[in-house]
Design a protein around this ligand. Structure first.
Ligand code: SF4
Length: 177
């Protein structure tokens, strides 16, 4: 399952009304059965997207894209072979080798560990693969908030539980973790 809804590749934004708002996104991340609440372990040395390093997207006209999210073509299989495009396209080489540390607009971001940064979405919605994505920022802020709430409420609960056990002045049923 994915929470990502992007605008269409032709720039049409009508489907963005289906995008989850902050409250809905919070509920999705809080739902443990969906398992979406996790922190990634990425560093500045990691590639922005590993999928771009092993796959291509080709549409019915033969236009080649780094993936289905990108709106800008980097070749056509009726003009060059897939091998030539894969090996020689300057756009592909550039995007394939982008690392998280290269994203200047994300430098110093404390939410990096929760980010779903996607260069395709940045290009599609922000006009440049190097720009920070408002969609990724919204996701990162929501995951951070839900994790903080979960962590703080669990710590608070454990502190109260310890006091309960120590003082023995609460009904045991209330103090069971
Ligand atoms: S896209 Fe937003 S959340 Fe992600 S690293 Fe950049 S600034 Fe941070």
């Amino acid at each position: 399952m994915s929470t990502i809804v992007t605008q269409k590749n032709d720039g049409n934004k009508s489907n963005l009304k289906l995008r989850l708002n902050g409250g809905q996104l919070t509920n999705v991340f809080k739902d443990k059965s969906l398992g979406l609440l996790k922190k990634n372990q990425l560093s500045d040395e990691d590639y922005v997207c590993n999928r771009l390093r092993s796959s291509l997207f080709i549409n019915c006209k033969g236009d080649v894209y780094p993936c289905d999210t990108f709106a800008k073509s980097c070749g056509n299989i009726y003009e060059n072979t897939v091998e030539e495009i894969w090996n020689d396209s300057a756009e592909l080489k550039y995007i394939r080798n982008l690392k998280l540390g290269d994203m200047s607009s994300c430098k110093g971001c404390k939410k990096k560990g929760f980010c779903l940064k996607c260069p395709g979405i940045s290009q599609l919605e922000e006009g440049d693969v190097m720009r920070k994505s408002r969609l990724a920022c919204q996701h990162a802020q929501t995951v951070d908030k839900v994790l903080r709430e979960t962590y703080v409420s669990r710590s608070l609960f454990l502190s109260i539980y310890e006091i309960c056990v120590e003082k023995r002045n609460f009904p045991l049923g209330l103090c069971h973790p």
